[in-house]
Each structure stands twice: as C-alpha cells, then as structure tokens.
Design a binder for this molecule. Sequence first.
Ligand code: URA
Length: 193
Amino acid sequence: MYTNWDDLKRDCLSCQRCELCKTRLNVVVGVGNPRSKVLFIGEGPGENEDKQGEPFVGRGGKLLDKMLAAVHLDRNKNIYIANIVKCRPPQNRDPFPEEQQQCNLWLQAQIELIKPKIIVCLGRIAAMKMFKPDIKITREHGQFFEKDGILYMATLHPAALLRNPNNKPAAFEDFLKLQEKIMQLCPETYEGE
Ligand code: URA
C-alpha cells in the first residue's frame, strides 16, 4: 500500500517482477495529473513509449491527444494515463496474463492514490482485465459499467482506429459520452480551463 507517488514511482521504476524487465528500455509508469478523477488505461508500452518512458507517444498517441482535446481533456492537465503493463512486451505482442498479474500491483497502487471516479479502458485487453473479462468491444464500447464505486467505459484502441479509420466516428461518440459523464460526476475536471 503506497501513500505517496514518489515511493510508488521509485519502486515501479526498479521493478523486476516479470521477464519484461529484461528487454525494456524504460518503465512507463504513467503520465498526467494525479489529482484528476479520470483515469485512462491502455494495454502496454510500444516501441516509442519504451524509448521515451511515456504512454501513448507514437502515432496512436497523437490521435488519442486529438480526441482528448476535442472533449477538453489534456494529459498534462486534467486526466491521468497508465497502462496494464508498464514494460514493453517484445514485438508488441499482447502482455501475457502472468505479466498483467505481476504488474497489477502498480496499477492498483495508482488507482488507490488517484481514486478515480471514471476509468476509460483503451482497447479490449485493458477492458477485459479491468472490468469485463468477456467484453465484446465492438458492441460494448461507449457503455458505462459500475464496479466497486468506479464507472468504467471501454473505447476502441487508438492503434485499432489507425488500422481502421472507419471506426473513428464511433470512437468519438464514446468521448462525447465520456464528456457528459464527467460533467455529471466530476465537473471540477473542467474547471480552470
Ligand atoms: N498502446 C498502449 O496500449 N499503450 C501505450 O502506452 C502505447 C500504445
């Protein structure tokens, strides 16, 4: 149980709980405002994230930032972004369940410190791990599910949107629903814009 970010970051940066520590360049802990009430969770770092030590900094990240900006969200101001696994899986394969399990300690500690009201899962892997193991993302993205006092929503992964741009409008609808929910549950997210 962590009570401050400095301790959490220090320990996470030196983690060797799974094999991914052997091939990583950087541990990607997360980015954003730890006092925000809205947490985004991706799957795991890719090549660019591994090099730079920050989540979603490649082409998918640029698209994510654009969609966030359209609903007045900004990774440097009013949200936090983390991943299920903090180290890059080789060749960008899906993280193994064992790796997700070992890394869960860090994500749970982040959730305990942030105490988010809303968690947005970017893609199927994050949604399965966080709230609905049997999620059908094409059908259930944009829907809110309550679990342990937190509202969860899955949206399509930015990398999937780059592969399939036809789905961008549907994903944008999810962000509009999110904006509405934020205004209801944590309007302070938008204060001081
Ligand atoms: N994809 C993810 O799921 N997370 C990142 O940080 C980058 C790409």
